[in-house]
Design a binder for this molecule. Sequence first.
Ligand code: NAD
Length: 289
Amino acid sequence: MNIAFIGLGNMGGGMAANLVKAGHQVQAFDLSTEALERAVDAGCKRYDSIEAAVAGVDAVVTMLPNGKIVEDSYRAHVFGKAPQGCLLLDCSTIDVATARGVASAATEAGYRMVDAPVSGGIAAANVGTLTFMVGGGDVDFAGAEPILSAMGKAVIHAGSAGSGQAAKICNNMLLGASMVATCEAFKLAEKLGLDLQTFYDISSKASGQNWSMTSYCPVPGVGPQSPADNGYEGGFATALMLKDLRLAMAAAKEAGANVPMGSRAEELYGELEGRGLGFKDFSNIINEL
Ligand code: NAD
């Protein structure tokens, strides 16, 4: 297929490279020359604007920083420029309301659109093992599935437009809150005189077991290799966790949902970012409690 890829940053760069490896022609655009050059090295064709990149394609993939940029990009540069009927896939993490608004504007403008945010970080984007959560109609999901499969290990249909974003922020709110709770438990265990490896051995087989403990343990030297073993660098940045928690809080407010744990996690991660620690892995919160 002929696919336009807009936003070739930390995540999009690896994703576009995997589309090329799968045999697609990728027409790339990014505001950053450096990002574009990396994409060209990976086999993408370089374009000088979104309009130029989307001309004549079968599908458009976007991997952009936030909802405002996604909305502006589609409304001003994709609608009316990409061929009518082509499939639009937004893989960025954005708010549910904007995702629904852009999808409905896309339909009005004669396009098919899905929201397809990802779980998995830069390493997963590079090796093509992302998990995609997809919002959109059945036919559009069926069209998006083969494209997304070239970039991921799992592609799951979450429901109608916006449902991919809804699943993503609910999952990440759970992750943020469970990481804080896991860190608290290790800190208390330490203060109560428990050996942390022993506490891990017990809790990872007891009812406190959770992903933040057994797959991403915040204590160095305990559990499988994780950012804690690398000075809390190179994983999922605190700033990105905070972004997702803020999206979850906005969605909760709009939907009238009571989310006290997610709200407290948002405050705690916000404090870390305020202290200049937004670049550290989100498990670094164990050092700040
Ligand atoms: P990034 O900042 O590295 O990349 C974004 C790219 O978009 C940059 O290269 C930037 O130049 C480009 N860009 C910005 N505005 C543009 C425009 N108007 N037109 C064209 N290009 C433009 O960010 P990232 O880490 O790749 O994240 C992208 C998205 O993926 C975000 O929504 C993020 O929340 C989500 N995400 C990131 C991770 C992660 O671990 N980094 C994990 C899951 C989801």
